[in-house]
Design a protein around this ligand. Structure first.
Ligand code: SF4
Ligand code: SF4
Length: 317
């Protein structure tokens, strides 16, 4: 039995569905939605017991904090004003972005949630998303498999779990409805949703590549029914998809050969380059070669784009 196939939803005490009220009108997953990948069960299935204990025990305090904040995110929807304000003032929006940044958020973007990006059997209260990135320290990630990169991965899970609740408290105090969705145990596939919010483009490594720090980041969301957010209209980073076609650095550097040069298609017909089952054992030990080997982790987005454009220009003549 594949353990990771057992859990399709968070347990009831961590699930937003437990606190949704009769007159709420949650948005359900679309027909092409996929199942979430439960990291804890994936790790339980793969890797040796001694490795798991060695990696996970020092992180027990952070795990506890992550779970406490997951519960708060789900349960705190009962504090929504219900007849919340549908239009946000510039002052409140600037205040929200300010507290997000003061609490570790690197960048923010706004988009409507595609229902197919809500995980199967999950629901969200509102479908306007404030998408958040939090940078992972590339020097710590470059240490490779081991405790330091694992600590950094968990720090960002924990940090985003905290900040979505801080933002939700702020929004409710100003009279807005919201649903905080943490990075760990979240309700949607944050990678394509962050792409829709214009925060970057999905790379061959399956991670959002941002212009600021490449794929060295983690994502979370806050859902609202505010209608006048500055929604992203176009994504200026889509050229990265074509760039990845000829780059393949992450493919060459993956120790588990878990990233393919050519795409495969998942059960829902989605285009993917990663085999998560090959990845999970090295990932559970802190592998992040697909982050550290990516050319965009250097932070030289503008230079890479300029070289790419010049090359295309020459090829067209
Ligand atoms: S985490 Fe490691 S094993 Fe998994 S895809 Fe990235 S490089 Fe490959
Ligand atoms: S290493 Fe290259 S192919 Fe892989 S995600 Fe980064 S840019 Fe794309």
């Amino acid at each position: 039995m594949r353990l990771y196939r057992l859990m399709r939803k968070p347990p009831w005490f961590l699930s937003v569905s437990t606190w949704i009220r009769k007159d709420d009108n949650p948005i359900k997953a679309g027909t092409e939605a996929r199942n979430p990948k439960n990291i804890i069960l994936l790790e339980a299935q793969y890797g040796s017991l001694s490795t798991k204990l060695k990696m996970i025990l020092p992180l027990a305090k952070m795990f506890k904090s992550i779970l406490v904040n997951m519960r708060k995110s789900a349960k705190s929807i009962i504090h929504n004003p219900k007849i919340g304000k549908r239009r946000i003032s510039l002052k409140d929006l600037e205040g929200l972005e300010k507290i997000a940044k003061e609490n570790g958020v690197s960048t923010l973007g706004y988009t409507k949630v595609n229902p197919n990006h809500i995980f199967k059997n999950f629901e969200i209260l509102y479908d306007n998303a404030i998408m958040l990135t939090m940078e992972m320290d590339k020097n710590l990630m470059a240490k490779g498999e081991g405790q330091e990169s694992m600590n950094e991965i968990m720090r960002t899970y924990d940090g985003l779990g905290r900040v979505v609740n801080i933002m939700a408290d702020y929004l409710r105090s100003k009279g807005y409805n919201c649903h905080a969705s943490p990075a760990f145990g979240g309700d949607i596939n944050t990678v394509p949703t962050a792409q829709d919010a214009g925060l970057g483009c999905i790379g061959k490594n399956g991670i959002l590549i941002s212009p600021e720090f490449g794929p060295s980041l983690r994502l979370a969301a806050v859902f609202v029914d505010i209608e006048n957010l500055p929604f992203s209209k176009e994504n200026e980073h889509e050229w990265i998809t074509d760039f990845c076609e000829s780059c393949n650095l992450c493919v060459k550097n993956c120790p588990a050969q878990a990233i393919y040069t050519k795409p495969t298609y998942n059960d829902q017909g989605g285009r993917v380059f990663i085999d998560p089952l090959k990845c999970i054992d090295p990932f559970s030990k802190g592998c992040s070669m697909c982050v550290t080997s990516c050319v965009f982790t250097s932070g030289k987005y503008d230079k890479i784009k300029s070289v790419y454009e010049q090359k295309n220009e020459r090829a067209s003549h």
